[in-house]
Every structure is written in C-alpha cells, then in structure tokens.
Design a protein around this ligand. Structure first.
Ligand SMILES: Cc1cc2nc3c(=O)[nH]c(=O)nc-3n(C[C@H](O)[C@H](O)[C@H](O)COP(=O)(O)O)c2cc1C
Length: 223
C-alpha cells in the first residue's frame, strides 16, 4: 500500500467484524511497526496482544467495573486541558460527530452509557494490543517512541485490510488488565489499540475527523 495513501486514509475504527485475525499477520504487523525509530534505539515499547478468552475476560472485567461505577483511572494521563481551551472545543466537535453518526441524543444517558461500554469492550474488536513500558523508565521517557510505534501499527494494519482504534479507554482499568492479561506491576500501561477487520456498515466508521489548517499551527522561520 502506498505510504501517503495509508497516512491519508487511516482513521479510527469503532465497529469490527467478529472475524479472527491470524496470529502470523499480527506478528508481521508488530515486526514491521518495531522498525520505528526510538531515542538512542532504546525501543522501550512492549506489546501485550490480547484475543480469545483472555480478551473476553478483560472486556467482562471492564464492563463489570463500569456498571459498578468504579472510577476509570489510567496509569498515564492523555487528557489535561481546560474546558475553555481549543483542545476541549476539538474534543467536543469529535464527540458531537460520533454521536450524530450513532444517533445518540445529548441527553440520552442510556445510549451514552452504551457507547461508553462499547469503548470498554474495545469496540468488539477481536484483538486488543496493550502498549506498555517498563516502570524503570521515567513516565514521560518512552512516550514519543511508543507514539511512533503506535502509528506504525495502525498504518501497517491497513496493508492487511485491518482497522484500528488507538484507545486510551482500553487501559483505564489497570487492575482488570493485570489480572486477566497477566501484565506485571513492573510495566506501565500506556495505551491500547483495538484491531480487527472493519465493519463498514457500522455508522461511527463513517467518521471523517477534521484537522486544523496547516497555517494555524505551523510557524515558518527563515523559509
Ligand atoms: C492517545 C490517543 C488516545 C485515544 N483514545 C481514544 C479513546 O479512548 N476512544 C476513542 O474512541 N478514540 C480514541 N482515540 C482516537 C481519536 O479520537 C482519533 O485518533 C481522533 O479523533 C482523530 O480521528 P482519526 O483517528 O479517525 O483520524 C485516541 C487517539 C489517540 C492518539
């Protein structure tokens, strides 16, 4: 697949077919993605690849926690903006578009709850990849490297007809992951990626997220 086309067509997939993904394909994607650059070639990323019964148990634990009102709390925060910021505006724009596609009214708490549950189910993807880094590293040290490998995974997946959704929500119940996916305490949970064959009939997969114009965040100096 053409690289530019892959970058331009990748999008977050939030509805999947149940079809399993062969382990050899998953291995190939991770091998390719692992060609990512990293600070001083430290390669701080680690992958816990979940499927089958293990993934079912993690999903069950997540949903149980959510329904019991357990506060979701990750080991690494990706949110940290104020309500009056441009970041919040962009977040709301995305949520509105997803809710429009999914026919979820603003005040419909039942449907909003169902949507949240869907996130805790990894959008019913047959595979979830949990990205971790060793806790011997300072919290922020591996983040850029892991971010690069995450994008590589998402792009490489396209070559095999697979879709992905990078998902912070997937690591918000650390105890569940540690218990059912046997992830040791020495590993910091950084991010999840849901992965599988896209269900193109699923409404949220029509999403076309916007981007700010280049001239609003690019500052040319000496050019
Ligand atoms: C660090 C990170 C965390 C994310 N967490 C979630 C998440 O928890 N749930 C979700 O539905 N999408 C999540 N996303 C997907 C973003 O919403 C998505 O990338 C963004 O809206 C741009 O849309 P696109 O991926 O379709 O281009 C996350 C993406 C990133 C990079």
């Amino acid at each position: 697949m053409d690289l530019i086309q892959a970058i331009q067509t990748r999008k977050s997939i939030r509805g999947y077919k149940p079809d399993p993904v062969p382990k050899e394909i998953l291995r190939e994607i991770l091998e390719i993605a692992g060609r990512a650059p990293s600070a001083m070639n430290t390669q701080p990323w680690e992958f816990f690849v979940l499927g089958g019964e293990v993934l079912k148990k993690v999903v069950g634990g997540n949903v149980r926690n959510m329904k019991a009102g357990v506060l979701p709390k990750g080991e690494h925060s990706v949110v940290g903006w104020t309500v009056d910021s441009v970041y919040r505006t962009r977040q709301v724009e995305l949520a509105k578009e997803l809710f429009r596609l999914m026919d979820i009214e603003r005040g419909d708490n039942d449907k909003r709850g169902e949507w949240m549950e869907r996130g805790f189910r990894f959008f019913d993807a047959p595979v979830a990849i949990i990205l971790t880094a060793d806790k011997s590293l300072a919290e922020s040290t591996p983040l850029i490297d892991v971010g690069i490998v995450i994008q590589n995974i998402c792009l490489a997946a396209l070559n095999f007809g697979l879709g992905t959704c990078i998902e912070d929500q997937g690591v918000l119940y650390p105890d569940v992951l540690r218990q059912y996916a046997d992830i040791p305490d020495s590993k910091r949970l950084l991010m999840a990626i849901a992965l599988g064959y896209p269900d193109w009939d699923f409404p949220a997969n029509q999403i076309q997220s916007s981007r700010v114009p280049l001239d609003s965040n690019t500052y040319w100096r000496g050019l």
